[in-house]
Design a protein around this ligand. Structure first.
Ligand SMILES: Cc1cc2nc3c(=O)[nH]c(=O)nc-3n(C[C@H](O)[C@H](O)[C@H](O)COP(=O)(O)OP(=O)(O)OC[C@H]3O[C@@H](n4cnc5c(N)ncnc54)[C@H](O)[C@@H]3O)c2cc1C
Length: 409
């Protein structure tokens, strides 16, 4: 049975790995010319995702690439005095198993685990899909057309497959009140396992570096009063918006804004949540950010993407490839986790950027207090509430039967 996956970042290779293990014949099409190796940004794996990586036999490789951000040093706008937050301790409180890793490292490890079992088409994209009773006719931009039994979109928040099958993105996305920009930049602050930053009302800027990276990442998050009007390809306007919103924040921000102009990589997007009631139609389904992104950088979407890919493959194998049973079972199994991630992300977008002087003062006091808590107490506090901080660790993921051979599918 032939399955086409669009997207080779995180959810795509994890899904490909498990489908190939279950005996499906898997092809992945990726728009980029090669696997991205620019580093991207740091992402988080919490307990269920770490366990899936362990089942894939790649956990030691991920642990070896852990970015190891242990400390956050943050000051409030107008103050030179920084508060120190032990991120390592916070993460121990939130999750019993947590790995922070650069997205491109994660992607490479998962991709390598599929080599030999999965066919990859780089530098290509699906141009059209025709779903009919016997399969899906797929037209590619650069290759001859082919027929597949199923097609899965693992092509991120701005998914091509979703657009082709479900219609324009605007029908499913909700702005959850923030904007996010990331630049790669020289590590002139010499940060190793540290993040340093400044926070003001409705805005925060930070830099993080890690011993394994040659450079550092500059991060900007801000919350304007209303949604901004700009074109997603108009980089000059996006840089101008950053300058407008970060003027006068102090600390290293003038230097960071100067670096924005020469940054080798620049990312700017709204923190947008995808809300679809169903993410499967006919012989097509979606996985990861393409189907249920709770919001980049605020909802633990990488863990959700890994769990989603594992569950989808498991349900397809359990149903012997019958998508009419597997897709609804996949959506049922994941639905609660997706809904809770959405709620969590909306809260996190608010908590990360204080909206008033009172909230800013409360945030700094919280950081100070947390520093005094011994790790076991911090863990208890996070279990007691904390806005569902242990959301990801609390998720239960079904065990799927061991791999079968193709002849059974
Ligand atoms: C700035 C930023 C910070 C983030 N921080 C965090 C964090 O701290 N913690 C966390 O857990 N998550 C974070 N995330 C989210 C995380 O990166 C995603 O949740 C995760 O990468 C989702 O994986 P995915 O494979 O579903 O999609 P993506 O990683 O978005 O990958 C989609 C893939 O599809 C490919 N593609 C796109 N269009 C096409 C097409 N037409 N044809 C073929 N291929 C295509 C892309 O090139 C890419 O390889 C952050 C995201 C951003 C942008």
């Amino acid at each position: 049975m032939r399955i086409l996956i669009s997207g080779a970042s995180v959810s795509g290779p994890v899904l490909a790995y498990w489908l190939a293990r279950y005996g499906f014949d898997v092809t992945v099409v990726e728009r980029a010319a090669t696997l991205r190796k620019a580093g991207g940004h740091a992402v988080d794996l919490f307990r269920p995702a770490v366990r899936i990586a362990d089942k894939m036999g790649v956990l030691p490789l991920l642990e070896a690439r852990n970015t190891g951000t242990e400390w956050l040093s943050i000051r409030r706008e107008g103050s030179d005095r920084a508060r120190e937050l032990a991120i390592g301790k916070l993460m121990t409180a939130i999750s019993d198993q947590h790995i922070e890793i650069m997205r491109d490292d994660l992607s490479e490890v998962f991709y390598d685990a599929t080599l030999g079992d999965v066919e990859y088409f780089f530098d290509d994209s699906i141009a059209a899909l025709r779903d009919h009773s016997g399969g899906v006719d797929v037209t590619f931009e650069n290759r001859p057309a082919r027929e597949f039994d199923l097609v899965i979109g693992a092509d991120g928040l701005h998914s091509n497959v979703r657009r082709l099958v479900f219609g324009p993105e605007s029908g499913f996305t909700t702005w959850i009140g923030a904007y996010l920009a990331v630049i790669s930049m020289p590590n002139y602050l010499g940060l190793r396992g540290r993040m340093e930053g400044v926070v003001g009302v409705n805005r925060m800027a930070a830099v993080y570096g890690d011993g394994r990276l040659d450079d550092a990442r500059g991060l900007f998050m801000f919350r304007p009063a209303k949604e901004l009007d700009y074109h997603h390809r108009d980089v000059a306007r996006q840089k101008e918006l950053l300058r407008e919103h970060f003027d006068g924040l102090g600390w290293e921000v003038p230097e960071l804004l100067a670096l924005v102009d020469t940054a080798p990589t620049f990312y700017f997007d709204s923190v947008t949540q995808l809300r679809m009631d169903t993410w499967s139609r006919g012989r097509v389904s979606l996985v990861g950010d393409a189907g249920y992104c709770p919001g980049p950088a605020v909802g633990g979407s990488t863990s959700l993407a890994i769990v989603g890919a594992y569950v989808l493959a498991g349900e397809l194998a359990a149903a012997g490839g019958d998508h009419t049973r597997a897709f609804p079972a996949y959506e049922r199994a994941l639905g609660d986790y997706v809904r809770r991630s959405r709620t969590f992300a909306v809260g996190a977008a608010k908590r990360l950027i204080p909206g008033s002087r009172g909230e800013l003062a409360a945030m700094m006091a919280g950081i100070r207090l947390f520093g005094y808590l011994p790790t076991p107490i911090a863990r208890v506090v996070s279990k007691l509430g904390g806005g569902g901080l242990r959301l990801h660790d609390d998720v239960t993921v079904a065990e799927y039967a061991p791999a079968r051979r193709e002849s059974q599918l």
